[in-house]
Ligand binder design. Structure first.
Ligand code: GLU
Length: 364
């Protein structure tokens, strides 16, 4: 395996015992595997670790169902327990705790901040341990499951692979707990073909099931990152260091620029329709100016992601310098007219080239 950077995602069931307590034997076996990957493959590892909620509930002696503030408190308590154990298990390497939420992925500036923090931690020799910021994130602002978080983390560090460790050794065509003829899928080339195998089975204490794992594989694949789903705890990960993957491998699409991968996977807040002249300018590497805009749709604000459409086709996506209200006034106008119309002009470009990804171009 020629991997230089991997993200390992550990579900709650991979880290806790039947009572929800962090299980030192499980965690230490994984820590050992991380060290093997680092020493034998010279591979940098980022861990996405669940288990805070379960550990916190166990420590506080409370059980589901809980109110939202109680869940937040459990996560706050459990997160410290989790990090204490990781710090001990991975010593002498320092560990770096990063708690992210959906806005750290969706807002470009915060995304770059998270990326810089991860890069610096890796460069300084720390092992980043990532979890969702469950003690402040409520459901509207949550990614909601660590499978999705791990796929974004893999993008953040431009990983070669995302390893999702779970309590089954891969994706099966039927639920292996119910059907003994179920077959494990070894390699997935086209994710669409396996989506129907996911079922809804999740483990007792975790959040995801196969559905979120497949979704994660899709996010990673778009950015050119392979995903493997394996079982077997720390030993399963160590096998990978020896070149054996007993699990399901999701092959990735070709690597694309990090910016393009990010832009192409964000939900758009609005739409901008452009004429053929503007499309030509974009294809020649230029920014989008107001003059080429024929119509806008939906409400959006400065910095939002917009889809750029020409002839009924999305041709690009980018971050807008102008809100919906401002753009309504300046669409179709020359850049030098903007300050007269709006009373000020912060930007010549509506979407700057640096903040745009063409959908069709080969490389950008
Ligand atoms: N962030 C949650 C926790 O640490 C886990 C979410 C998940 O496993 O998907 O408890």
């Amino acid at each position: 395996m020629n991997w230089q950077r991997v993200v390992i995602k550990l579900g709650t069931s991979s880290l806790t015992d039947d009572f929800g307590r962090i299980s030192p034997p499980k965690l230490w076996a994984i820590a050992r595997a991380v060290q093997v990957l680092q020493l034998e493959l010279n591979c940098k590892v980022v861990i996405v670790s669940s288990g805070a909620g379960a550990a916190g509930r166990e420590r506080l002696g409370i059980e589901l169902p809980l109110t939202l503030p109680e869940k937040q408190a459990a996560a706050a308590v459990g997160q410290t327990l989790l990090m204490l154990d990781w710090a001990k298990a991975l010593a002498p390497e320092p560990v770096a705790q990063l708690l992210l939420s959906a806005s750290d992925i969706k807002e470009r500036e915060r995304y770059i901040n998270a990326k810089n923090a991860l890069e610096a931690s890796l460069k300084l020799g720390a092992i980043p341990i990532v979890n969702e910021n469950d003690s402040v994130a409520t459901s509207e602002i949550k990614l909601g499951d660590n499978d999705t978080l791990s796929a974004w983390t893999a993008q953040l560090i431009n990983a070669d692979a995302l390893i999702i460790l779970t309590d089954v050794d891969g994706l099966y065509d039927h639920d292996p707990r119910e059907n003994k003829n179920a077959k494990r899928i070894e390699i997935v080339k086209n994710i669409k073909e396996v989506e129907s195998f996911a079922g809804n089975a999740g483990s007792l204490r975790g959040t995801g099931g196969m559905v979120t794992k497949i979704k994660a594989a899709k996010i990673a694949s778009e950015a050119g990152i392979e995903t493997v789903i394996i079982g077997g705890g720390g030993a399963g990960i160590e096998e990978i260091a020896r070149g054996n993957i007993t699990g399901t491998r999701f092959l990735a699409k070709p690597k694309t620029s990090a910016k393009k991968a990010w832009l192409s996977q964000q939900d758009e807040s609005g739409k901008i329709f452009i004429d053929k002249g503007a499309l030509k300018a974009l294809e020649n590497g230029k920014s989008l100016l107001a003059i080429g805009i024929t119509k806008i749709e939906k409400e959006f604000a400065f910095g939002d992601v917009l889809a750029i459409i020409c002839n009924n086709e999305v041709v690009a996506r980018g971050l807008t310098n102008y809100s919906h209200d401002a753009l309504k006034l300046i669409q179709g106008k020359q850049s030098h007219e903007i300050s007269k119309i709006l009373g000020h002009k912060d930007y010549d470009e509506v979407i700057h080239r640096d903040n745009m990804a063409l959908i069709k171009e080969k490389d950008d």
